[in-house]
Design a protein around this ligand. Structure first.
Ligand code: ATP
Length: 228
């Protein structure tokens, strides 16, 4: 059953149209990738789902019409966003960042620091003093603390050192295998996505141009839609 279903989604920034008929769905317990070259509309799709920008078209989440809801209601319904650029509260400690996001459910401070032991070691440190990788872990931890039904990771491995990237991919795998959380990942790491994702949607110039299983991403698909 689809947890998130988007049909013919359109969105604009003023006079500039960024999305033309995006179609996408995420089923319960599935990891889905949204891929595409730079500037093709991935982040705009995410912002539309989170109701951060106005859009037109059908968007249903957990039986609710997202189009009629403000962003805080979308979050309350269980859409947890790890935004591009992390956006932790720099002046708050790791503990305060996590606790301030908490809503009741499976995830709590203890479980998040078990998933990311480094956050436990740094619990009293201000977020601004963390490395980029640690801030990314904190951003994921914050989203988990909201106890989402759907976790959206927008470029969560971008700009990180290879070892930290591996750690983030391992966490995504663990979340998939051990918690059955539905996850929508926006990333450019084709091999890592193929290893963890069930299905993939590719966007080009604001349109969904390809969808299939991760195993169906052929060299031709990469050349046609993802190559530089
Ligand atoms: P990237 O991989 O580089 O993050 P993306 O696929 O996420 O790219 P979007 O950020 O969704 O792409 O951008 C889609 C289109 O909308 C691009 O043409 C971009 O220039 C435009 N755009 C994005 N944000 C704005 C904005 N705030 N104002 C005007 N145009 C914007």
């Amino acid at each position: 059953m689809s947890l998130l279903k988007i049909f013919q989604l359109n969105a604009s920034y003023g006079a500039i149209q960024a999305l033309y008929d995006i179609n996408l769905d995420v089923r319960e317990g599935e990891v889905v990738a949204l891929m595409g070259r730079n500037g093709m509309g991935k982040s705009t799709t995410v912002k539309s789902i989170c109701r951060l920008i106005p859009s037109h078209g059908e968007m249903h989440f957990a039986g609710h019409d997202l189009q009629v809801l403000p962003s805080h209601r979308a979050a309350q319904l269980g859409i947890g966003l790890v935004p591009e650029g992390r956006r932790c509260f720099h002046s708050l400690s790791v503990y305060e960042n996590l606790i301030s996001a908490h809503r009741s459910g499976f995830w709590n401070f203890r479980k998040v620091i078990k998933l990311f032991p480094k956050l436990g070691e740094r619990r009293a440190q201000k977020a601004i003093s963390l490395s980029g990788g640690e801030q990314q872990m904190l951003a994921i931890g914050r989203a988990l603390m909201t106890n989402p039904k759907l976790l959206i990771l927008d470029e969560a491995t971008e700009g990180l050192a290879p070892l930290i990237r591996q750690e983030i991919w391992a966490v995504i795998s663990k979340l998939k295998d051990q918690t059955g959380l539905s996850i929508l990942v926006i990333d450019k790491s084709i091999n890592e996505l193929k290893a963890v994702c069930d299905r993939v949607f590719i966007v080009e110039r604001g349109k969904t141009v390809w969808k299939g299983s991760a195993a169906q991403i052929s060299t031709k698909v990469v050349e046609d839609f993802l190559g530089v």
